[in-house]
Ligand binder design. Structure first.
Ligand SMILES: Nc1ncnc2c1ncn2[C@@H]1O[C@H](COP(=O)(O)OP(=O)(O)OP(=O)(O)O)[C@@H](O)[C@H]1O
Ligand SMILES: [Mg+2]
Length: 373
């Protein structure tokens, strides 16, 4: 079973105007010259999944520069029923976003999360195994939250507590606060951090299993990929499950030990906010050793693994959004991706030269923010 978007209406989101399409259940190709609105369309769909823009668009830049309102509405079908998600915003009330699910207003765009699951793949993602750990943590957290929605709140809370602890650290070093005040924050960080570690660790194992298999396929069995969750707090995590006691206690001890150093630095040096997901290709850390092609393959299989896990865990494949990446891949990798997302609804954007051939689906041309022909 896979989720399927059945209708998309967009108006006033960036340069998009009067978009009304009923997508094909499988393949949808949006084609056009540069700067016509292809990525904007993918971004609009993505926003309805309740996750912040993958290109960090500011609120004010979501609305057409020369317009006043923007509106995105999607209908999609999951196993249970057809649902509708709307996301609207008007100048100058940018804080007051009007988001709703099946006509019922939700408090914020983030509350749309957990309805429509999407996996997005953009040219920036091609650097996933190469870029900063931050991107990989985001990837892990989002992917894990898609199968366990409540996890998102825990990571958000962790970030808040971390920020408060960091402020306190600075205050202590300026002599404005007392060291003992750290106790309450450390306790909370340890509890949440232990939980986050365990969740990410378990998720990484699932991800690793799929990614290794896919990587072996994409390299025709010539290369291997292994994923490892690198914790800044724990040495060994295998076999440990008691995050409330065992893991939380060790976590607490670790941050307590780093107190002096943290006060000196003015930030928290160890914890899940510094962890990483390390990819090894042929036994070597990809970040330092992999070639460009290897990074691309690694990024691809990570996203495909994410989609596979979603299908396993929720019984429904996500909607797969491929923005402009086919052109970045050689024909055999293109063929590989397309074959692996065969069972999902896919939205692909590309320039004219890169239209995948002989595929059944719908084809749209975007020009000046409109669908033409
Ligand atoms: N707030 C806005 N109001 C009006 N137009 C905007 C706004 N934000 C971005 N745009 C316009 O949208 C266009 C870019 O759209 P988009 O990124 O979707 O292009 P694209 O078709 O994906 O191009 P490429 O092939 O280069 O990736 C640009 O021309 C940009 O000026
Ligand atoms: Mg684009």
């Amino acid at each position: 079973m896979s989720m399927k978007i059945t209708e998309i209406s967009i108006n006033g989101f960036k340069n998009l105007k009067d978009i009304n399409v009923s997508p094909h259940p499988k393949l949808n190709i949006f084609c056009g010259d540069n700067a016509q609105g292809k990525t904007n369309l993918i971004e609009a769909v993505w926003l309805c999944s309740g996750v912040r823009s993958f290109r960090s668009t500011k609120d004010k830049d979501m609305i057409d520069i020369s317009g006043e309102v923007m509106s995105i509405a999607l209908r999609f079908k999951n196993r249970e029923r057809e649902q509708e998600i709307c996301y609207r915003m008007a100048k100058p009330y940018l804080k007051d976003k009007n988001c709703s699910v099946n006509g019922v207003r939700v408090k914020a765009p983030s509350k749309l999360f957990g309805r429509l699951n999407c996996v997005v793949f953009t040219p920036e993602d091609l650097e996933l195994s190469k870029g900063s750990p931050d991107k990989r943590r985001q990837f892990l957290d989002l992917s894990a939250a898609q199968i366990k929605n409540s996890y998102k709140l825990v990571t958000e809370k962790y970030d808040q507590i971390l920020e408060q602890r960091n402020t306190l650290l600075k205050n202590i070093s300026f002599g404005r606060s007392d060291r003992d005040e750290l106790d309450v924050w450390d306790m909370q960080l340890a509890q949440m951090g232990a939980y986050i570690t365990l969740l990410r660790y378990n998720y990484s194992k699932k991800l690793g299993a799929y990614a290794s298999k896919l990587y072996s396929e994409i390299s025709s069995g010539r290369e291997s990929l292994e994923l490892r969750y690198s914790s800044t707090v724990f040495g060994e995590l295998e076999g440990r499950t008691d995050y409330r006691n065992d893991l939380a206690a060790e976590y607490l001890e670790c941050i307590r030990c780093c107190r002096d150093e943290d006060i000196r630095l003015g930030f928290t040096g160890k914890g899940v906010h510094r962890d990483d997901l390390t990819a090894f290709i042929n036994g070597l850390p990809a970040r330092d050793f992999a070639s460009q092609g290897q990074h691309r393959s690694a990024a691809l299989v990570l996203k495909l693994a994410q989609a596979n896990i979603l299908l396993d865990e929720t019984g429904e494949a996500p909607v797969f959004l491929l923005d402009d990446v086919l052109s970045e891949l050689d024909p055999s990798r293109q063929e590989f991706v397309i074959s692996k997302i065969d069972n999902m609804q896919v939205f692909i954007t590309c320039c004219d030269e890169n239209i995948p051939e002989n595929k059944t689906g719908k084809f749209y041309r975007i020009k000046g923010g409109r669908i033409v022909r």
